[in-house]
Write a protein that binds this ligand. Structure first.
Ligand code: FES
Ligand SMILES: [Fe+2]
Length: 395
């Protein structure tokens, strides 16, 4: 598997105009999915949604990123933190779902941790000095909040969040991302590889074929892709009306994002922040998807929709926003069967890498090159899951 995959990753790294698509095995092979956990998810900044999911001290979410259980929480000082959700006694998961806690208490034998990860209580453990509680705190990783979104990184050697984002804030400044309000957050499971989900959201190519009667006519041929400095790819395209509404519902348009002017006010910017978060910055709203693997051929998807404060303050906002949610649900309902067909096709022994259409799927091509570089590098180093864990634990 790996030697073949290595050669195929090299083909993706050709000059972008002639770059091959990713090897089909990347979409279903469990060995490559395990490699991804190290080469991609354990060593990148991972987007985990709007930062105000954790408002007051003790609010937490238990996450699973590519098979790694984690706790994200806001501590007593207001700092966002991320810990391994694995007890230091005998490894139980500590927290589930979302909620609010004063301390983190293990349901198995009640080892209890403070909100900054220190072990504070361990019933019946010796008090004669032979058990040093300070050596059994939770493993902690980096968390950051930028542009109204939260990010985590499991590897201390990865560059900082600001280097990762590069000029992301400047390119998205017209949409005032930090000032938006999260109005909808929904989760779903998709029967496809996580990359395929993010790919379809980032390309114009499928619009006339998958969305012929719902949204296709809204989108004009897009601009060329932007040259950026961060770990992301972005492409703007003009729209005829709002990209946030169905063709049949354009009369329900809400006010534009305050301050949007010029060409930005007449289209949608699609951005893929590597590896797992993607944005549609539209005229009235910004909607975001995060995708992470459940299995090689199945993923968890979270959709967040954000509107400006002034729009949310309107009296009939919820009814009017619903028309936008209907557009997102309708497009998803058309994309998901296409993704399931793609997944089945990719799993054939006769599936081979293809070619990108650079005009219509440049974000996908750029992600492919970034991903291939990561995966090829990991194959060169013979990186293993154990190696990655040691690196993380050493933080
Ligand atoms: S596994 Fe957590 S206290 Fe025993
Ligand atoms: Fe689509």
């Amino acid at each position: 598997m790996t030697i073949d995959a290595y050669a195929q990753f090299a083909a993706v790294q050709a000059p972008i105009a002639t770059s091959a698509t990713l090897p089909p095995a990347c979409y279903h092979d469990p060995d490559l999915a395990r490699l991804e956990r190290d080469a991609v998810f354990s060593s990148s900044w991972i987007g985990i949604g709007r930062h105000d999911q954790w408002k007051s001290p003790g609010e937490y979410s238990a996450l699973n990123i590519a098979g790694i259980p984690l706790i994200v929480l806001r501590d007593r000082t207001g700092q966002l933190r991320v810990f391994s959700n694995t007890c230091r006694h005998r490894g139980s998961e500590l927290l589930e779902g979302t909620g609010k806690v004063k301390t983190i208490s293990c349901p198995f034998h009640c080892w209890t941790y403070t909100l900054d990860g220190r072990l504070m209580g361990a019933p019946h453990m010796p008090k004669d000095g032979s058990f040093d509680k300070s050596r059994y705190g939770l493993f902690e990783f980096r968390a950051a909040e930028r542009e109204g979104f939260a990010f985590i990184c499991l590897n201390g050697e990865t560059e900082g969040i600001d280097a990762w984002l590069g000029d992301f804030a400047a390119l998205h400044a017209p949409w005032s991302l930090p000032d938006l309000v999260l109005t909808r957050r929904v989760e779903l499971e998709a029967e496809c590889n996580w990359k395929a989900f993010l790919e379809v959201f980032n390309e114009y190519y499928h619009l006339p074929f998958v969305h012929p009667d719902s949204i296709d006519s809204i989108y004009a041929p897009p601009d060329g892709h932007d040259t950026v400095t961060g770990r992301y790819a972005s492409q703007f395209g003009a729209t005829e009306g709002s990209g946030g509404l169905l063709e049949s519902a354009q009369e329900h348009i809400l006010p534009p994002i305050p301050g949007l002017t010029g060409r930005a006010a007449r289209g949608t910017r699609y951005t893929w922040l590597f590896p797992n978060m993607t944005f549609a910055a539209s005229t009235e709203a910004v909607w975001v998807y995060e995708a992470t693997p459940l299995e090689a051929n199945r993923c968890r998807v979270v959709q967040s929709v954000c509107f400006p404060k002034s729009t949310v303050a309107q009296e009939d906002f919820e009814r009017r926003a619903d028309v936008y949610y209907q557009r997102m649900d309708a497009a998803l309902a058309e994309d998901l069967p296409a993704l399931e067909r793609q997944q089945r096709g990719q799993e054939s022994p006769f599936a081979v890498a293809g070619r990108y259409c650079l005009d219509l799927e440049p974000n996908v091509a750029h992600f492919g090159q970034w991903y291939a570089q990561r995966m090829k590098g990991a194959l060169e180093q013979g990186q293993t899951a154990t190696g990655s864990f040691r690196k993380a634990a050493a933080l």
